[in-house]
Design a protein around this ligand. Structure first.
Ligand SMILES: [Zn+2]
Length: 84
């Protein structure tokens, strides 16, 4: 991970994570999923090296809510299944 990029460009987190923030975070993570490129994983949405800024923001939100990786995976699958 590029620490300079991280320091300058990290998206600020809200002081309190609401249920709506969790929904946005889940959506960000699924939209900004990794895609395999010859030089390594990249975001399938913006082509930035994975995890991109929005993906990192989403996972920080979910971590702040106290969700485990397993819970996040389950919620992502549920969100995927609920999509029309
Ligand atoms: Zn992205």
């Amino acid at each position: 991970m590029d620490s300079i990029d991280e320091a300058l460009d990290e998206i600020p987190l809200p002081p309190y994570i609401s249920a709506e923030d969790v929904t946005f975070a889940l959506r960000a993570i699924s939209v900004h999923a990794a895609e395999q490129w010859p030089d390594g994983p990249r975001c399938r949405n913006d082509r930035a090296p994975h995890p991109c800024r929005l993906h990192r923001w989403g996972s920080r939100i979910l971590t702040m809510r106290g969700l485990t990786d397993q819970q996040i995976t389950t919620m992502l699958a549920e969100q995927e299944a609920a999509r029309p």
